[in-house]
Ligand binder design. Sequence first.
Ligand code: TRP
Length: 458
Amino acid sequence: MSDKHHKAGHSVRDAFTSNLGMLAATLGSAVGLGNIWKFPSMTGTNGGASFLFVYLACTVVVGLPVMISEIMLGRTVKANAITTLRKLSPKGQPWGIVGISGVVAAFLILCFYTEVAGWVFAYIFKGISGSILTTDPTIASAAFADLISDPVQSIGWQWFVIIFVSIIITFGISKGIEKVTIKLMPILFLLLLVICGRSLTLPGAEKGLEFLFAPDFSKISGSVILMAMGLAFFKLSIGMGTMMTYGSYFKNSQNIPLTATRVVLADLLISLLAGIAIFPAVFAYGFDVSAGPSLLFITIPAVFASMPMGHLFAVLFFVLTAVAATGAMLSLFEVPVAYLCEARQMSRKAATLTTALLIMLLGAPAALSSSLTKDVKVFGMNFFDLFDFLSSNLCMPAGGLLICIFTGWVFGKDRFKAELSNHGLIKNEKVVDVLFFLIKYVSPLLVAIVMMNMLKVF
Ligand code: TRP
């Protein structure tokens, strides 16, 4: 029996066709630059294993319940994020705003995400030609500065990425997103394992493992907890309607809590593997683990240049990162595209084109923030940091908080239980009780504290 669903005036609504496809697409959204760029650099700068420990706690207590709620809300209505929230709102309550904030956040994230992804694609080619491979960190950082301070290259690589992702998006859900992520996820996993093998067999690798897995709890502080919570939101693609949009393509027979748990575990595994691929090598060659965001573009090439067969592994590493970023960008694109198609009656091609053009336009100031617009500061930040700040520190936590409140206090326990048990077909009452308690009381409280702190309320 097909789950596809007829909408007035539209032909059959596209959807994921298999359990594996749903898993691959959702995991593809979660796994991205967050795992390979943000996770290692933040773990590196925040004390290693103890940060990992806090991150794990945030994922279980907040990340998983919010992800499950979002997918569930999306599947209940089977529409884009804005329509979903509007339809579920009691009369006169403006919950649609949460969906709107999600669409805005998707644009903001895409503006800088496509730029970082552009650097990754550029590094594949520069890796092949060997121009970024040097063991000297000063030369490596000059090579990176060359790329980001050249307006033509910055914009060019960003557009390349936007066009690449747009092409996949125009093919739709089952023939585009699902087909591509089902192929990409195993490739990503395999490449990561190969690089882990290389990194672990380097002399002195144990130090890196110790850094990643032996916690020093004295390093946990308020700001570490806040950073970990923010990362959990970003990594799991929650708080802004991405999971709601993907949930709307889920089949009614899909076990949502189980799928979400698998996604969270697999996403965690991939982050850990990224850590295992990076830290032992960084320690083995005596580089600085706390390099921060430049870890990926300066330290990593230098680390690879230091090792036997490093040229090959460097290229593989950037291919892998590009693969991860692609799955994540597909999910970000789908949020506005789904909205434009369904609520603004655009064709999928027109919606994709509109989205792509808007990102090119809005993303240009971010792409140029190390060149032409580098002296333009808004609230003391360049455009790149501004978009990151507005989305990660404002839209996503606010969206996450409101989604918790909506699910816990408006949608309510009865419907929550009915939807997550597929109307009684799955026996998961106890688990769902715990999830509901988390989503109603615990998660919103934690997110509210994090948000106030991010906004420097205290
Ligand atoms: N989760 C992705 C990553 O780790 C990024 C991402 C995709 C995202 N969709 C999102 C982040 C929605 C926030 C919201 O790189």
